[in-house]
Design a protein around this ligand. Structure first.
Ligand code: ADP
Ligand code: MG
Length: 356
């Protein structure tokens, strides 16, 4: 018998959410050929739920009886987990709901969290279907021994007033443009980010804006998600103790909450799922294409970016405010497009839970 992650109640095992449209549209085939067999062999009771449209998973977890499930497992890209996390946070009982153990298996084209967790596990790096089977093995092992660890959530306040919860990244400029522009190459899988990067390098742009951040200090685990106590209202200056970067033209601003931006882009080797840190990178205008290419190549190998290029800055932060002062240039949260306008973010250490 499988020990339940919540031993106080009867369990139906795990819910497995699959987005059949993610990646190259092969997630169902991947489930059938690998994951179902692994869960069955491991003796993990599971129920398959195939999403029918965008926001289906979000609505489902908003109203589901979560007490039935030991964990909610997502076989898709990061986009489906983003829906699940934000759906859980929209519930009246969100404080309890967000403690539901979540699991992620790489079935999309952007599998950044799965690649990050796989990296933290110490397993040798693999890609594509090998990454899926390796993650599947690690997940089954963790489910059988009830291993759950904290997952940082970053609360992101948009200028519209909307509040989103992110586990991966906030990007503006180059990286966000690549993410959205390369969606048209979804059929080629994770390689789309490399192709998109090369295309965007060929027509390099700059983006005027302002950036300020609160340098990292002590953070508590499982802190309160109710309010973002570190940030000031948007119509007020940033609080004392924040660092203001001079208004300037940027090539990119990238706030990373995990190690990987995609299977191929290992941006932040020091990041961990519950480090309570925003790993903030920004590149100022004036950088040469060659230098920028070196930065992206360093990311592909996971080597240290410090000193890779004089235009690249890296700081560890707990909160930030980013204010675009130009109309072009996209902004993304966990790879999903949001309005490109002033945003604030604050990390909440280990606010969610991930099976690993
Ligand atoms: P990928 O990494 O390939 O982009 P994602 O998991 O990020 O895969 O999913 C991409 C988008 O598809 C997400 O915005 C998600 O909300 C949406 N989605 C989920 N289920 C479906 C579906 N059945 N049909 C179409 N889109 C869906
Ligand atoms: Mg996606």
């Amino acid at each position: 018998d499988v020990p339940s992650l919540s031993p106080t109640r009867r369990s139906c095992g795990v819910m497995v959410l699959v987005n059949p449209q993610s990646g190259r549209g092969q997630a169902m085939a991947l489930y059938n050929t690998h994951i179902q067999r692994m869960l069955t062999e491991a003796g993990v009771p599971h129920t398959l739920v195939v999403t029918e449209r965008q926001n289906h998973a979000r609505e489902l977890v908003r109203s589901a009886d979560l007490s039935q499930w030991d964990a909610v497992i997502i076989l898709s890209g990061d986009g489906l987990l983003f829906e699940v996390v934000n759906g859980l946070m929209e519930r009246p009982d969100w404080e309890q709901a967000i403690r539901t153990p979540l699991g992620i298996l790489p079935g999309g084209s952007g599998n950044a969290l799965a690649a990050s967790l796989h990296f933290y596990s110490g397993a040798s790096p693999v890609w594509g279907e090998d990454l899926l089977t390796s993650c599947g093995f690690l997940l089954c092992k963790a489910l059988l021994s009830c291993q759950v660890s904290g997952l940082d959530l970053v609360s992101i306040r948009l200028s519209s007033g909307a509040r989103l919860f992110s586990f991966l990244s906030l990007a503006w400029g180059f990286v966000a443009d690549v993410d959205i522009e390369s969606e048209q190459f979804r059929q080629i899988g994770a390689i789309r980010f490399i192709l998109g990067t090369l295309l965007r390098l060929a027509s390099l742009r700059v983006y005027r804006g302002r950036l300020a951040y609160l340098p990292a200090g002590d953070s508590e685990k499982g802190d309160d998600l109710t309010t973002d106590h570190l940030v000031a209202p948007l119509d007020e200056p940033v609080p004392q103790g924040w660092t203001c970067v001079d208004e300037q033209e940027f090539v990119l601003v990238l706030a990373m909450f995990q190690s990987h931006l995609s299977e191929d882009f290992h941006v932040s080797p020091d990041a961990r799922n519950d480090d309570g840190l925003i790993h903030l990178y920004y590149v100022s205008a004036g950088v040469s294409r060659a230098a920028l290419l070196r930065v992206f190549r360093a990311m592909q190998t996971g080597s240290n970016l410090h000193g890779a290029c004089t235009h690249l800055k890296y700081v560890r932060a707990q909160a930030l405010r980013l204010e675009p002062l130009c109309t072009d240039g996209m902004m993304t949260v966990d790879g999903e497009r949001v309005e490109s306008a002033v945003v604030q973010a604050q990390v909440h250490r280990a606010a969610a839970r991930i099976v690993r």
